[in-house]
Design a protein around this ligand. Structure first.
Ligand SMILES: Nc1ncnc2c1ncn2[C@@H]1O[C@H](COP(=O)(O)OP(=O)(O)O)[C@@H](O)[C@H]1O
Ligand SMILES: [Mg+2]
Length: 370
């Protein structure tokens, strides 16, 4: 047994990312990956629960198990593609699908579904899941959790780095070259979520390929200024957010009445500007920014960030040997490894937890005969 599998489905619900990893020799090698489709009907049902249109425990319960089956299928497909046997996998790290993230509720809570019992049962592989709630129980935001992985594999003694994940929401991990400085990071605000929702509403496309539709419009300065005035952007870290907050309802409060492509251009600029300000204010010494997540494939966003952040080089994590598409899935495989080794997975200076804790629950796989 040498390998791990990471399973991740973020707020974009663009598919389940499944990655096969080898962490031996203290390296992180993505041996293969597979993006598993989430059926449209399931996405619609999930969206209804996420947007709180449905308050039905039966619906939530069945979705939990159905997603568990789908996560298991994603892992099994990855194994089939690689002619790899389940017995070669030490563990699956499964993030689950966030249906609600509410660090500001009293008490705070966060809920990821995709039943790990089902994953362990159907794959026969030990599954580690429910990572976020332990950090919350320790007083943290429950997010972001990828920073410990970023720190382990991407920190440099020579350069001040920022790892920027642009998923539905964008988050940064600040890795100082100075070992004495604590790692920190937070959600900067919307990544792709508003861009996706706006193009879905107007052109019925799931995302703006390479940001091209946005580039046919021009930024509306008044709208951008109004959006940037939102309190979230000036909140002190630790802070995390989600689609419960940054959604079309939020956007409509700012009256985007212009041509839709101009609003799209403005939303791209909002993502760029909110990220750039977060880096300038909280990590002014940054000289390298490495982007991961689906936003790394949005050419317009990448060019906009590079032009805006003129003190740092903006590239993708490919430069560090990690395909941007699989970094988050790899992070959850690594977090599973940490948990099985009884090592902490959170960084308290990032999440605000009162201590570093061992994350997640362990759902044992099939009993093996030696
Ligand atoms: N070629 C592309 N052009 C523009 N945007 C892209 C492209 N490829 C992926 N994306 C964006 O990335 C998103 C998925 O990113 P991902 O990191 O999987 O986010 P999440 O973690 O929220 O699922 C898509 O919804 C889309 O907005
Ligand atoms: Mg995704």
């Amino acid at each position: 047994m040498t390998y791990y599998i990471g399973l991740m489905s973020g707020t974009s619900m663009d598919g389940i990312d499944a990655a096969l990893l080898n962490f031996s020799d203290n390296k992180c090698r993505v041996l293969d990956s597979h993006s598993h489709e989430i059926p449209a009907k399931l996405i619609t049902r999930l969206q209804k629960v996420i947007q709180s249109e449905i308050f039905n425990i039966r619906e939530l319960g069945t979705l939990d198990v159905e997603l568990g089956k789908l996560f298991a299928e994603a892992a099994k497909q990855l194994l089939r593609n690689n002619q790899t046997n389940a017995s070669e996998i030490i563990a699956i790290g499964s993030h689950g699908q966030t249906v609600f993230h509410a660090p500001d509720c009293n008490p705070p809570f966060t809920l990821q579904i995709g039943d790990p019992n089902t994953i362990a049962q159907l794959t026969g592989i030990t599954t580690v899941a429910d990572f976020r709630r332990r950090d919350m129980a320790a007083g943290g935001q429950g997010a972001p959790l990828a920073p410990a992985f970023h720190h382990h594999y991407f920190r440099s003694d020579a350069h001040n780095r920022v790892i920027l994940n642009i998923g539905g929401i964008a988050n940064i991990t600040v890795l100082s070259a100075d070992k004495q400085k604590p790692v920190f990071g937070f959600d900067t605000g919307p990544g792709n979520c508003l861009l996706d929702s706006w193009i879905k509403q107007h052109l019925n496309q799931p995302f703006d390929t390479n940001g091209e539709w946005g580039t046919t419009g021009t930024t509306i300065p008044e709208l951008l200024a109004s959006l940037l005035q939102d309190n979230y952007f000036s909140l002190a870290a630790p802070k995390t957010t989600g689609r419960e907050y940054f959604n079309l309802h939020w956007l409509n409060q700012h009256r985007p009445n212009d041509e839709p492509q101009n609003t799209q251009a403005t939303l791209a600029q909002l993502t760029i500007e909110s990220i750039a300000r977060a880096i300038e204010i909280h990590a002014p010494d940054t000289d390298e920014v490495y982007v991961c997540g689906g936003g790394a494939f949005n050419t317009a966003l990448m060019q906009g960030l590079d032009a805006r952040l003129n003190n740092s080089a903006v590239t993708t994590t490919s430069e560090l040997g990690a395909d941007p598409e699989w970094v988050e899935a790899a992070a959850f495989a690594w977090l599973a490894k940490q948990t099985l080794a009884h090592r902490p997975g959170n960084i308290s200076s990032v999440t605000g937890a009162n201590e570093a804790v061992i994350l997640g629950g362990i759902y044992p796989g099939k009993q093996r005969t030696k």
